[in-house]
Write a protein that binds this ligand. Structure first.
Ligand SMILES: CC(C)(COP(=O)(O)OP(=O)(O)OC[C@H]1O[C@@H](n2cnc3c(N)ncnc32)[C@H](O)[C@@H]1OP(=O)(O)O)[C@@H](O)C(=O)NCCC(=O)NCCS
Length: 320
């Protein structure tokens, strides 16, 4: 009998401190109205010193374990998608494994898949479960984006926020995850980058650089193709999708994608207005919110999509 992966539980963590657009008006040459009109963002959570990628991942994990009704001892693999890890190594996943007390299982970070990191991690977890290698995988997106944006650069810093989302995928004999689709195109590497690297003078390269306008157009194009690919591979009509769970980068992109699927906005899991773009954490955060407040129900069909630096992008079609 074929093995599939199923979402067993989800969890999340958001930093306590909220920074509104009005707060940003006091620091930058920007306005609440500009940010809302161009992006849809009204506020974002910003991490305090102790709210690191590891700390937030751990909190989200405990919620997900409770939701899945399992203990850490059931975890066979840990993948943390983060562009803002605790250290180059040990990985955030290894540090988390140590805190969970489950030494022995594979644990690793996906660092450079940026905002598509969660989809990449989710896809890897699904492949390992389908192959029968492991039964239960902890997949996390955890980000402190506030530490890689330049707070003097109004074109980028207003867009991002911090947080973590966790999903536990487990093996079962019916789908579950129907398919995942991953892509990358290094030709667009300079469109979105945090160019810091080993051996580079830090001050010059620490912060994110982004060609927002170009990225916007590329995103709309690649996501449209990605939806077509995902639906075609599964022989599914867009009307069968119950929920779009998108990466939360820009409300105009999200609206465009909902329109492509002919989907009303109340069938789109949106957290962008309250959380901003939390990079690899944005999809599991949006998923967890809609699961916890009862909007997403068991048996419904979910389309998850993400895109980010690299460029990287990907999707997952999931029977929840
Ligand atoms: C970043 C983004 C919101 C900018 O919106 P836009 O409509 O493309 O705006 P532009 O970059 O063309 O800038 C328009 C003007 O607003 C200004 N501006 C930029 N940021 C501003 C801010 N926070 N407040 C006020 N004005 C701002 C620009 O300087 C520019 O001024 P100018 O016309 O005098 O030169 C939009 O391009 C976007 O969301 N792109 C995708 C980004 C993304 O998805 N990133 C994450 C990927 S994971």
């Amino acid at each position: 009998m074929a093995t599939y992966s199923q979402i067993l539980g989800t969890g999340s963590y958001l930093p306590v401190k909220i920074v509104t657009n009005y707060d940003l008006e006091k620091m930058l040459d920007t306005s609440h109205d500009w940010i809302v009109e161009r992006t849809g963002i009204r506020q974002r959570h910003i991490a305090a010193e102790h709210e690191t990628a590891l700390m937030m991942a751990e909190c989200a994990t405990h919620q997900a374990l409770t939701a899945a009704d399992i203990t850490p001892s059931h975890i066979d693999m840990i993948i943390v998608a983060t562009t803002t890890p605790e250290k180059l190594y040990p990985s955030t996943a290894c540090l988390l494994q140590q805190r969970l007390g489950v030494a022995g299982c594979p644990a690793f970070d996906l660092n450079s898949t940026a905002c598509a990191g969660f989809i990449y991690a989710f896809s890897i977890a699904d492949q390992y479960i389908r192959s029968g290698t492991v039964k239960t995988v902890l997949v996390i997106g955890s980000e402190v984006m506030s530490r890689v944006v330049d707070w003097q650069d109004r074109a980028t810093c207003v867009l991002f926020g911090d947080g973590a989302g966790a999903v536990i995928l487990g093996a079962q004999n019916k789908p579950g995850v129907l398919s995942t689709h991953l892509h990358a195109d290094g030709t667009y590497g300079d469109v979105l980058a945090v160019p810091i690297g080993v051996g580079k003078p830090v001050a010059q390269y620490t912060y994110m650089t982004m060609k927002g306008n170009q990225l916007f157009k590329i995103a709309v194009n690649i996501l449209g193709q990605l939806f077509d690919e995902t639906l075609t591979v599964n022989g599914i009509h867009k009307s069968e999708v119950d929920w779009l769970v998108p990466h939360q980068a820009n409300m105009r992109i999200i609206h465009g994608m909902a329109k492509k699927l002919a989907m009303p906005l109340d069938r789109v899991a949106i957290t962008l207005d309250e959380q901003g773009n939390t990079s690899a954490a944005s999809i599991p955060l949006a998923l967890d919110k809609a699961v916890r407040d009862g909007r997403i129900q068991r048996g419904q069909l979910l389309l998850l999509e993400g895109f980010g630096g690299g460029l990287t992008w990907g999707s997952a079609l999931v029977r929840y």
